[in-house]
Design a protein around this ligand. Sequence first.
Ligand SMILES: NC(=O)c1ccc[n+]([C@@H]2O[C@H](COP(=O)([O-])OP(=O)(O)OC[C@H]3O[C@@H](n4cnc5c(N)ncnc54)[C@H](O)[C@@H]3O)[C@@H](O)[C@H]2O)c1
Length: 621
Amino acid sequence: MKIGTTLKLDVWGESHAPAIGMRLEGFPAGEAVDRTALQAFMERRAPGRDAFSTARKEPDVPEFRQGLGPDGVTTGDAIEAIIRNTDTRSRDYEKTVPRPGHADYPNYVKTGRIPPGGGANSGRLTAAMCIAGGLCLQALARRGIRVATRLVQVGDIAAAKAAGDSVGGIVEAEVTGLPVGLGGPMFEGIDGALAQAMFGIPGVKGVEFGRGFAAAGLKGSENNDPFAIADGKVVTTTNNAGGVLGGMTSGMPLVFRVALKPTPSIYMPQQSVDLKTMQPTVLQIRGRHDPCIARRAMPVVEGLAAFVVLDALLTEETSVVFRKLTAADLVNVVIDSGVAAAYPELAAQAICVIPTGEEHKTIETVENIWNAFARKGLGRKDHVTAIGGGVTGDLTGFAAATWMRGIDWVNVPTTLLAMVDASYGGKTACDLACGKNMAGAFHPPRQVIIDTDFLRTLPPRRLADGRAEMIKHEIIGGLPHTADVSGAPTAEEIKANLAVKIRTVRADPLEKTGERMKLNCGHTVAHAIEKATNYAVSHGEAVAIGCVEEARLAVRLGLAPATWPEEIAARFAAARLPTTLPEGLTFESLKPLMKGDKKREGNAVVFALPCGWGDVRLVKC
Ligand SMILES: NC(=O)c1ccc[n+]([C@@H]2O[C@H](COP(=O)([O-])OP(=O)(O)OC[C@H]3O[C@@H](n4cnc5c(N)ncnc54)[C@H](O)[C@@H]3O)[C@@H](O)[C@H]2O)c1
């Protein structure tokens, strides 16, 4: 039962199994965990602590199996913890008579049994959610973000308990200290992510943000939150939106309410059926149950909200960091021989030096890397570090993706092309005789470290290669295209340019919707040129020529003005890149090679045609 994007939470176990547990992947390293505060947080949810909670008594002390160092600081590895179930009474549960309002009936149909205590549908698993949630709350507090809840509606719990009945309730949560713009449109929304998490709490029947359902009865003039300036910041004078506009945080407190149904396990006789005899029967529930779960759900709502917000922050921050490479980064290094020659001190730390050049982007080189992993005895919990250009990153990433079915890797791009393009997005591959990057996997690096000092030793031709991809991003993203492109860019320029790639990849991580295919602008022709010239034309040079050739195709198809190809040709030329096909090659002569491209559909070739600044269109020809 998993949830999350960058931060991934897996909750497992059953109410009456020996233990429940959780695994939290992607939690930042170096976070000091306050175990006392965590335990106090767990206690707020734990059973048997007051007269209105179930009589089941559980200590609910998490045992950490990994991810926390002896100093209580997170190591960066997945955090795993379990809680032992010590007070189960499975005899209290019927085996063939489903409890009305519970998951017993669909569970019986699906699995052939009614799991005692609700099994994986039991509220007991929210204890595991609280371990993760408690850690996330602490991490958020360090970032100035706080989550609080209050019970805004609840029935008479005492009366319900006395009558053997139960009541529901509504928990309101408020998250403060959030930046503006966290989340994204449509399915990327922070509200959608929170709702998904909240519906993971057993018993939740509704989630609403701000005025929620009541907004449907208001006029726009009543519901809109007027903007104002307070202390130099944009605020709204009301918060009917609950701090979310278009799936993104508005900077106002994020306010949402969670409706919990009355506990289905009540002590009054209830009409049910015996699923074995298929006869009606009257069910008298025994066992120990809460007359209301809303109060104990409050910390669970807080914890899961913290998980979702931290996940969104980490996803937004991205794992790309701009900083100097340090000795601590040099873990299981794979480096290419060209970079090794320029940086012997890095080569000395390498477990594998691969031969430089696209002609070595082969399965044989991948095998060499695997062999180095084997010599080093790398296991599932190890990670490797690629130091080099796009070839080294693609090959090492592919070797990592396939070693023991996938281990982590860190990418340290050393060419401009790899910094602005190849380092991010998760595509890893090697070339095959039938084409470039034909065998590969989506396997994003755990982190990308961009150290622009590497650009100092990069030959001018390689620098120009990177400029080609940067200009491609200017076209895709409609970026300003007036800056000087003849030398090395600054870290700020790289960041702004890489943002186009990050945005595009985020919109379509696995190239399913077509959005990501826009990154292939100029590449259908470029790959054919590389192949036709046996890679004598470098990737960046081929991209420059490819973009101009594809712009000409756009003109022929009536999709771009006649001046467009010359306009981008001038930009590529300013970066000292070629803009015309090598002698002997024509667009027509490259066609058979284009048909071998991965982007073909049947007999047609799919182009991501540059048609204008900020205007790339997918066209089949
Ligand atoms: N995965 C992706 O999303 C993606 C995107 C774009 C390109 N690519 C791939 O990237 C590859 C091209 O990458 P590339 O242009 O970086 O080529 P590359 O990796 O072959 O590096 C080019 C040359 O520069 C040398 N070099 C690298 N860094 C250096 C430095 N700091 N100082 C001196 N020399 C240095 C290398 O030794 C190599 O000889 C292609 O195979 C392409 O398919 C992948």
